[in-house]
Design a protein around this ligand. Structure first.
Ligand SMILES: C[S@@+](CC[C@H](N)C(=O)[O-])C[C@H]1O[C@@H](n2cnc3c(N)ncnc32)[C@H](O)[C@@H]1O
Length: 210
């Protein structure tokens, strides 16, 4: 049983909901600046490492198709309960590091992933798979810790942590390799252990890098 299997039922806390609200606002701001229409429920999107669906919930009203994907069965069970009866919202218990994408993981307007990339052994390989799931104007929002000193997680090994956040330079090197554009900004700060950990949003887009 992994760490997230044990904590799934108690995952949703006011603190996590507030953090995801900040993330959702930052994504919405970016989408509005790129002329995405957030008024009509037209968007087709995926939430990778969706957990219990806290971030998905903020986008549910704008979507005609939302897929939540997470390898932890117990997290997906809570997600499914939360969105019961909403036919446009589906989930898949899947690890894209080791499993292939499903048929419906294509023609997406955007993919968002909050605090999940540091749990991947090979995040760049996953990003490469995600790139193939996008529509031509599509974007991938990776929200994760900026590079930190390894003190954020109390027990990184038990919690399945493979990266101490990501430096902007590392994210840029992925974008270069995948021939994608990158926008990077710090959107929040998480206070913990009497320290401040910056939270970054990396927006990967399909336009080629100059
Ligand atoms: C810190 S939680 C974040 C959950 C949710 N995005 C949120 O912000 O509430 C990390 C999530 O990543 C998932 N995860 C672990 N390994 C993963 C992988 N290789 N690919 C995608 N998600 C993964 C875990 O199951 C867990 O639900």
């Amino acid at each position: 049983m992994n760490h997230f299997s044990k904590v799934a039922k108690e995952w949703d806390t006011p603190q996590k909901i507030d953090r995801n609200r900040v993330i959702a606002d930052a994504i919405r701001k970016e989408l509005s600046a790129s002329n995405f229409n957030l008024r009509n429920p037209e968007l087709e999107i995926m939430d990778l490492g969706c957990g219990t669906g806290i971030l998905s919930e903020f986008f549910a009203p704008y979507t005609k198709r939302l897929i939540g994907v997470d390898p932890t069965k117990e997290m997906i069970e809570v997600f499914n309960q939360k969105f019961q009866g909403k036919k446009h919202i589906t989930s898949e218990c899947k690890n894209l590091e080791s499993e292939s994408a499903s048929e419906n993981m294509r023609d997406l307007d955007f993919i968002m992933s909050a605090m999940a990339f540091h749990h991947m052994k090979g995040p760049m390989q996953v990003l490469s798979k995600l790139k193939n799931m996008l529509k031509s104007e599509g974007k991938i929002f990776v929200i994760d810790l900026d590079q930190e000193d390894g003190s954020f997680h109390p027990d990184p090994e038990a919690m399945g942590v493979y990266h101490n956040g990501f430096a902007k330079e590392e994210l840029q090197s992925w974008a270069n390799e995948l021939k994608m554009g990158l926008k990077h900004k710090i959107i929040d700060t998480i206070e913990k252990n009497e320290k401040s950990y910056p939270l970054a949003m990396a927006v990967f887009h399909l336009e080629s890098v100059n």
